[in-house]
Design a protein around this ligand. Structure first.
Ligand code: PEP
Length: 257
């Protein structure tokens, strides 16, 4: 049985005060590890340390939203994996659609980051997902295949234990439009099948594949109860205690058929 995973991507939001108070409210609500559900928040870089202190010892883990693949050195403006680990990050989100489509990251760069993070002990949520135009052109599966092939190139089977996938259709991110249950489960099943073909069925069965794209308290339970959906990567709704805790509670109450 795969443990559900609910992760909050705060993107470029919050200031010191709102970030630490959201972190401490969540830590108070979820003081101890929950067997059924793994929890994570990913604040902006400047607040990682403060939010890390606020959630320390609770069920809430700390993650970053990006990392650079080089070791510390002359890379102005970048943040090294070593630094993220040093401030208590356990996870990093890589390949988010905003980094791909707004900041121009390629599968090649994402792959360099995936390899660097995993080799240094930072766990990875690798995001994949198609544009609306690609879905409408019937290219969803080939786009996902390309992003999986590119992002996971050169990765050994053991490293995959420290990785989760997030399927995030770009047209559903921050738009209020959520994939239908059928669209989500079918994309997740396709990704799992890709993992079986590329690696083996154990890898595919163990891999957590989160859904992301306008997850809200009202749709979280039904999405997470789908057979191939193992949790949620939540953007906008992770910025408010009430909505994020409602999504976490929905995960706790989820039963798989
Ligand atoms: C995201 O940022 O990964 C995301 C899914 O955003 P939202 O929940 O706001 O659509």
């Amino acid at each position: 049985m795969r443990r559900l995973f609910v992760a909050g991507n705060w993107k470029m939001n919050t200031l010191a005060e709102s970030a630490t108070s959201l972190g401490s409210d969540l830590a108070k609500q979820y003081p101890e590890s929950i067997e059924k559900v793994e929890l994570l928040v990913c604040p902006p870089f400047p607040y990682l340390a403060a939010v890390g202190s606020a959630v320390d010892g609770s069920a809430i883990q700390l993650g970053a939203q990006n990392a650079y693949f080089e070791s510390p050195g002359a890379f102005t403006g970048e943040v090294a994996v070593e630094m993220l680990l040093d401030v208590g990050s356990e996870w990093v989100i890589l390949g988010h659609s905003e980094r791909r489509h707004v900041l121009g990251e390629t599968d090649e760069t994402i792959n360099q980051k995936v390899l660097a993070c995993l080799s240094k002990g930072l766990k990875v949520i690798l995001c994949v997902g198609e544009l609306l135009s690609e879905r409408e052109a019937g290219q969803t599966e080939s786009v996902l295949d390309g992003q999986m092939e590119g992002g996971l190139a050169g990765l050994d089977v053991e490293s995959l234990q420290n990785l989760a996938i997030a399927y995030e259709p770009v047209w559903a991110i921050g738009t209020g439009v959520t994939a239908t249950e059928e669209q989500a489960d079918s994309a997740h099943a396709h990704l799992r099948n890709w993992l079986t073909n590329r690696y083996n069925s154990d890898v595919a069965q163990d891999m957590r594949i989160l859904y992301g794209g306008s997850v809200k308290p009202g749709n979280a339970g039904s999405l997470m109860s789908l057979p191939n959906v193992d949790g949620a990567l939540v953007g906008g709704a992770s910025l408010q205690f009430d909505s994020f805790s409602a999504i976490i509670d929905a995960a706790v109450e989820t039963t798989k058929s």
